[in-house]
Write a protein that binds this ligand. Sequence first.
Ligand SMILES: [Mg+2]
Length: 106
Amino acid sequence: MNISELTEFAKETSGRLRVKYPNFNLETEMLYQMCKVTEEVGEMSDELLKHLGSQRQDKLDGFKKEHLAEEMADVILAVLIAAEVAGIEIEPALSQKMEKVRSRSF
Ligand SMILES: [Mg+2]
């Protein structure tokens, strides 16, 4: 898998959402997708807390590391769809950010 496949997936998914929600205008679509990003970040946080053993026992029961991986994937995909909806080309933005981070001293 590469970034082109991911951005193609984001285009396909945003197109399917436009069919599902034909009354959304661009602003509503962007707000909807930002809510989805936030929802997925919350789900990822819940799984991370389970991974760290920092949740109630009933939540820890049945935890699998795959659940954390799945939620991390959800966050990435939700952000890619949000970028697509906003008309942002994410690949150059990612390249620029990676260069910026590489140039930092830790
Ligand atoms: Mg999720």
